[in-house]
Each structure stands twice: as structure tokens, then as C-alpha cells.
Design a protein around this ligand. Structure first.
Ligand SMILES: Cc1cc2nc3c(=O)[nH]c(=O)nc-3n(C[C@H](O)[C@H](O)[C@H](O)COP(=O)(O)OP(=O)(O)OC[C@H]3O[C@@H](n4cnc5c(N)ncnc54)[C@H](O)[C@@H]3O)c2cc1C
Length: 634
């Protein structure tokens, strides 16, 4: 390979490396906030590639998509245009874990994202492989590509995903590659290593794709989409997005499948020891499942279409790094796949990620000014997790250049805050996947109120459009006035009223009560109380749902907001330029970790593994001494 001679291609405010899920959101954010932006990517046909499961959303991930949308990001709009099946998951549980999940038409998703990038003002989309990040005096200068072109930039956001040092494993066979036969990003990986970036190998895997006409669906359970389509994007709320949906199917592995895996486990790249990177715990390969859950005699397998005019079916739950001959044998033992024909083989991919604790909560590198990292390169796994980081990195790249306050979302405000805080405060040894259980304030962080939590902040930094902002304002006013209105309608405990309540299977009232109070009762819901509320305004579905949730969970939400107040108190105790050698009585471990990780606040320090409550007390005492010292010197 021969690199081209250096020449200056052009100058930009922001250069984004990689047009995956992180890169696209980063580029949109920077361009929409008025920066001259370029997004460089190895292959324009790989823009926003859904390299694994063809769906967006799901538990915890649906929340991220809503939050990205509430802040003016793109992912929610693209999936609303390209979904082929949509379902609201966990509806039997509380609203905090209701999660939207939509099957995407892969090709359409890519095409729509490419179209949106091409249409975006202030944005240059270019096919180029970046091989170096150029740093001068501790600050980013630009990037160099394979052709020798230098893209000067005031800020660079690296979003290289699973391509960085990518290597594919299929049994004994392995070779450098990105996903789906795309070109791996090997030179940049070497360059980052030479710049002493602490790197880690990570691994993930994807199942085979099978020709749709070679599957026997008659022995499978059909999984249909929801009749009523709930959009991801708040901009689409109230719009009818309904369209014919595709079916997914559920089948199972068999004892024969498990036997074939056990007989050939020593030929799996994972078990051959060829792969050093750790894989995603919550997305294990089939051989991992058979080994770890040996007592289970069958595992679920979901058959998911990859698109409308696309004959490829995604076989969820059977990703493997066993050799192809073994794959064929085991797939042919899965119920309904006895005669299936592969269109693509299953494989594992190992790639490089950086140590995410090297980053600030803005995703800027702690020691290199205006260099940001976002997505899988930070150790996360998932389109949604990547997109969320890209958005935050893009926003902060701009605010840095404007010399404005950083945009930090904390754990009490959004799943995005939980994601980034977990990555940069604790780091991760395996691909990090978002789940609702990771969010301690999840009752407040519901997917339905993401706009109420974030859109104002997105508007204040100039990212959220006027149209989105006015929709948000109107919705907020509708919600607040309806809550007040229900408080103002009082029912008196007359026989007539209690008779009606009885008909509605709602216990009778003894004293005067507002509709607001009655709605708190488990037997009551917003629709049922219509009989007592003739003057009710006609409200959109999402407002009615939000009203009911706010009222029914008011007690829990109040309790949680007290906890959030405590949390914010510690988050607001900033640790800026602290000389930890001067802090008395810190444990050696704590002192070393604080000097290394340089947390942003007492709150963040308290979440670093190995920092004890006693250390936090010492820090608080030291901060108080500093404050008094400052006052006395005034
Ligand atoms: C095989 C496989 C299985 C997966 N399984 C799962 C799963 O089960 N669950 C899950 O949640 N997620 C899974 N994922 C992960 C999911 O695909 C990623 O999380 C997501 O795509 C990460 O987005 P990203 O933007 O960080 O990177 P990517 O989507 O990987 O995009 C990176 C982009 O950067 C470009 N690029 C890379 N290097 C350079 C360079 N030097 N110069 C210019 N451009 C460059 C690439 O062309 C690409 O467009 C899987 C991914 C793969 C490949």
C-alpha cells in the first residue's frame, strides 16, 4: 500500500471520521449549529449500515432514540420513514420500561440517511479513508487520508465503529475486514496505537442471513407488528404512519443443534483462543449460550426480514464464530430452517476501542483539545448508543469552538447521561449495551417524556428547530393545563356519582375528590372518567397517556425527584484543577484514581470504583477549605 503525498484539501470547523450511527448524528449536530463540517467515510454505500440486527429501539434503546430526537437528532425521523414493523415492548409492565422497537428496511434506512446528509447545509459528505489524526501542541489540527489529502479542522470527532482494526473470524478462518465485507480501518488503528492511545480489543458477532424462500414458516410462531403505530419522532406525533407491516417469526434451536455445537466447540474462533476481545454479555453467541446455559434444551430464534424488496432474513439469536461447514449443519437443525440457504455466513468481528475513561463527560479527550470520540470506539454496542454519543460529541465540539459552556447531560436527566457517565467514569471491558436497569431514575426517564426533559436544552444551544420547539411548547402547555383542569373538577360523594363509579368498577368516594385524585386509583383511567367530564378537550393520545402516567406515578416521581435533588447537589460540587496530592487522608488507591481520571464533580468521583465514602468526605472537606481560603483572600 502506498500513501499519497500530503496536500491541504480544505479547512473545516469540524471534521467527523466515519458515517456510521455516531458519525451521522455528530455531523448533523455540528452542521445544524452552523459549523462548516465535513464527514469522511470509507464507503458511501456503508453510511448508517445496520450491520447487525435490522431494528432500532427496544428496551433502554428506544429511550435513547427518543432522547436523540428530542434534542434535534436524526435517527428517530429516519426509522419513522423506513420501518417495516413496529411494536411497543413491555406494555404489561410500568411506563418506565415501555420501549418502542421498530424493524427497519436496511437499504431504505441507509438511503434515507445518505439523502439527509446530502441535503444538510454546511455539510460536506466525502468518501475518504482517514489514516492519521494530526495533533499540534496538544490540540487537534486535522486529519490525513490515504490519498495524502489533509482536512484541516478546528475540531475532530472520531466515530470509526467496528471497522477500527477490524478482523473477521469464521472458525479457523480470519482476515482483516469491517462488517459486511466493508474495508477495515487498519492504518488509523496503527496510527492511534503509535500515538499511545490506550486501546482495547472488543468483539461482537452477527448471525447468518438466509434466503426467505428457503424457510418453513408453517412450524413457527408469527410475531405481528402493533396495529397502532407510535412514532419514534416527536415531530411525527399525531401523524398516521400506518402502512402494511411485515411479519417476524419465532422458532427454537433443538437438542441436535446443541450437540453439533458441543461436538465442534474446539473449532469456534472464540474457543480456539484466536479472539482476545470480550463480546457483549447481553448478546452472546450461540456457542456461548449452549456452554453457559447447558441446562436449557432450546433457545429462542427470531426470524426477521431485512427489508421489503429484500429476500434476506436475519436469524436473531444464532450468531457464531464456528466454521461455515458447522454453521450449515447446525442451522439445518433449527426448526423451520431444515432447507435454508445462506445468503451470508455468520461471523464474529474483533475491533479496537479506546479507553473511554480518557474522555470528559463531553466526550472530548482529557489531554487533546478539540479531539472527540463517539460510538463503538468508546466501548459501547448498539446503533442507538452510538448515535447518542455522536450527538453529544457534535454539540460539544461546536460549543467548545464557540467558547460556550459544555453540554453535559447527567444521569437524572436522560439515558444518554447514564450511558456517557458509565463509559467515562467506570470504563468498560466488554461492549456496553444500554438497559433500563442501568438508570437509577428510570421512572423519571420515560421514553414518552424525553421532549419534556431535553427539548428546551436543545433549543437553548441552537440545535432544536423552531418547528420542533413550538410543537414541544404546545404539548407542554396542553399537558400542564390538563393536569390543572383535572384538579379543578371535583366530584361529590352523591349516590348518583357513586353509582356511576360502581358501574366503572371504581370504588365509591366518601368525601369530595377531584378527577385528578380519582385517577390515582388503580381501577381508574383517563378514558373511564370521561362520563364525569363533559367539557373535556380533545387531546392527542400521547398527552392523555402522559397525563395518566404523571398522575398515577406522582408519588414515586416526587420521591425520585428528592433523590435527584440530592444527586444534583453532589454533581454541582465541581472538581476543577484539584491537586489531589494536597488532599489529606485520601487512600492511596483513591488518590491515584482521582489523579488519573480527574472527575468533573464530587458526584462523578463517588461513582469511580475504589473511591470510598471516606475519600468523598475528605474531598468535601478539602473543597470547603478551598472555598474558605478564597473568601478570606478576597
Ligand atoms: C458483526 C456485528 C454485530 C453486531 N452486533 C450487535 C448487536 O448484537 N447488538 C448491538 O447493539 N450492536 C451490534 N453491533 C454493533 C452496531 O453495529 C454498532 O454498535 C454500531 O454500528 C456502532 O455505530 P458507530 O457509529 O460507532 O460505528 P459503525 O456503525 O461501525 O460505523 C463506523 C463508520 O466509520 C467509517 N470508518 C471507519 N474507519 C474509518 C476511517 N479510518 N476513515 C473514514 N471512515 C472510517 C466506516 O466506514 C463506518 O461508516 C454489531 C456490529 C457488527 C459489525
Amino acid at each position: 500500500m502506498k500513501i499519497g503525498k500530503d496536500f491541504i484539501y480544505d479547512e473545516y470547523d469540524v471534521v467527523v471520521v466515519g458515517a456510521g450511527h455516531a458519525g451521522c448524528e455528530a455531523a448533523f449536530a455540528a452542521a445544524r449549529m452552523g459549523m462548516k463540517t465535513a464527514i469522511l467515510t470509507i464507503n458511501l454505500d456503508g453510511i448508517a449500515l445496520l450491520s447487525c440486527n435490522p431494528n432500532i429501539g427496544g428496551t433502554g434503546k428506544g429511550h435513547l432514540v427518543r432522547e436523540i430526537d428530542a434534542l434535534g437528532g436524526e435517527m428517530g425521523l429516519i426509522i419513522d420513514k423506513t420501518f417495516i414493523q413496529s411494536r411497543m415492548l413491555n406494555t404489561s409492565k410500568g411506563p418506565a420500561v415501555h420501549s418502542l422497537r421498530a424493524q427497519a428496511d436496511k437499504r431504505a434506512y441507509h438511503a434515507e440517511m445518505k439523502k439527509a446528509l446530502e441535503k444538510q447545509e454546511n455539510l460536506t459528505l466525502k468518501m475518504a479513508e482517514v489514516i492519521d489524526i494530526i495533533i499540534e501542541n496538544g490540540e487537534v489540527f486535522g486529519v490525513r487520508s490515504l490519498t495524502g489529502a489533509i482536512y484541516k479542522a478546528k475540531s475532530v470527532i472520531v466515530c470509526t465503529g467496528t471497522y477500527l482494526g477490524g478482523r473477521i473470524y469464521i472458525g479457523e478462518c480470519n482476515f482483516p475486514s469491517g462488517p459486511d465485507g466493508m474495508h477495515a480501518s487498519t492504518l488509523l488503528a496503527e496510527s492511534l496505537r503509535n500515538m499511545d492511545f490506550p486501546m482495547r480489543r472488543m468483539k461482537t458477532g452477527t448471525p447468518a442471513r438466509v434466503h426467505a424462500d428457503t424457510i418453513d414458516y408453517s412450524v413457527m410462531e408469527v410475531q405481528k407488528g402493533d396495529e397502532e403505530i407510535i412514532p419514534f419522532s416527536f415531530l411525527n406525533q399525531g401523524k398516521d404512519l400506518s402502512k402494511p407491516q411485515v411479519d417476524c417469526y419465532l422458532t427454537y434451536t433443538t437438542k441436535e443443534v446443541h450437540d453439533i455445537i458441543r461436538e465442534n466447540i474446539d473449532r469456534s474462533a472464540m474457543y480456539l483462543g484466536d479472539i482476545e476481545g470480550l463480546g457483549p454479555r447481553y448478546c452472546p453467541s450461540i456457542e456461548d449460550k449452549v456452554v453457559r446455559f447447558a441446562d436449557k434444551d432450546k433457545h429462542q430464534v427470531f426470524i426477521e426480514p431485512e427489508g421489503i424488496d429484500n429476500k434476506e432474513m436475519y436469524i436473531q439469536g444464532v450468531s457464531t464464530s464456528l466454521p461455515e461447514d458447522v454453521q450449515l449443519k447446525l442451522y439445518h437443525k433449527i426448526t423451520g430452517l431444515e432447507n435454508c440457504q445462506f445468503t451470508r455466513t455468520s461471523y464474529a468481528i474483533e475491533y479496537d476501542s479506546i479507553e473511554s475513561t480518557e474522555l470528559k463527560l463531553t466526550l472530548e479527550h482529557k489531554d487533546i483539545k478539540n479531539l472527540f470520540f463517539a460510538g463503538q470506539i468508546n466501548g459501547s454496542s448498539g446503533y442507538e448508543e452510538a448515535a447518542a454519543q455522536g450527538l453529544v460529541a457534535g454539540i460539544n465540539a461546536v460549543l467548545n469552538l464557540r467558547g460556550e459552556e459544555p453540554f453535559i447531560i447527567d444521569r437524572s436527566e436522560a439515558y444518554i447521561g447514564v450511558l456517557i457517565d458509565d463509559l467515562v467514569t467506570k470504563g468498560t471491558k466488554e461492549p456496553y449495551r444500554m438497559m433500563t436497569s442501568r438508570a437509577e431514575y428510570r421512572l423519571t426517564l420515560r421514553q414518552d417524556n424525553a421532549d419534556m426533559r431535553l427539548t428546551q436544552r436543545g433549543y437553548d444551544i441552537g440545535l432544536v428547530s423552531e418547528e420542533r420547539y413550538q410543537m414541544f411548547r404546545k404539548k407542554k402547555e396542553m399537558l400542564e393545563s390538563e393536569l390543572e383542569r383535572l384538579k379543578s373538577i371535583k366530584l361529590t360523594p352523591t349516590n348518583e356519582i357513586n353509582e356511576k363509579l360502581k358501574e366503572l368498577k371504581i370504588p365509591p368516594i366518601k368525601n369530595g375528590m377531584s378527577l385528578y385524585e380519582i385517577l390515582k386509583r388503580p381501577e381508574a383511567n383517563y378514558e373511564k372518567l370521561q362520563v364525569f367530564d363533559q367539557s373535556r378537550p380533545s387531546l392527542p393520545r400521547e398527552i392523555k397517556m402522559a397525563v395518566e402516567t404523571e398522575i398515577k406515578y406522582e408519588g414515586y416521581i416526587k420521591k425520585q425527584s428528592i433523590q435527584i435533588e440530592q444527586f444534583k447537589k453532589l454533581e454541582n460540587k465541581k472538581l476543577v484543577d484539584i491537586d489531589y496530592d494536597k488532599v489529606a487522608n485520601l487512600s492511596n488507591e483513591a488518590r491515584a484514581k482521582l489523579k488519573d481520571l480527574r472527575p468533573n464533580s464530587i458526584g462523578q468521583a463517588s461513582r469511580i470504583t475504589g473511591i470510598s465514602p471516606a475519600d468523598i468526605t475528605m474531598l468535601l472537606i478539602y473543597l470547603e477549605q478551598l472555598r474558605r481560603g478564597k473568601n478570606e483572600s478576597k
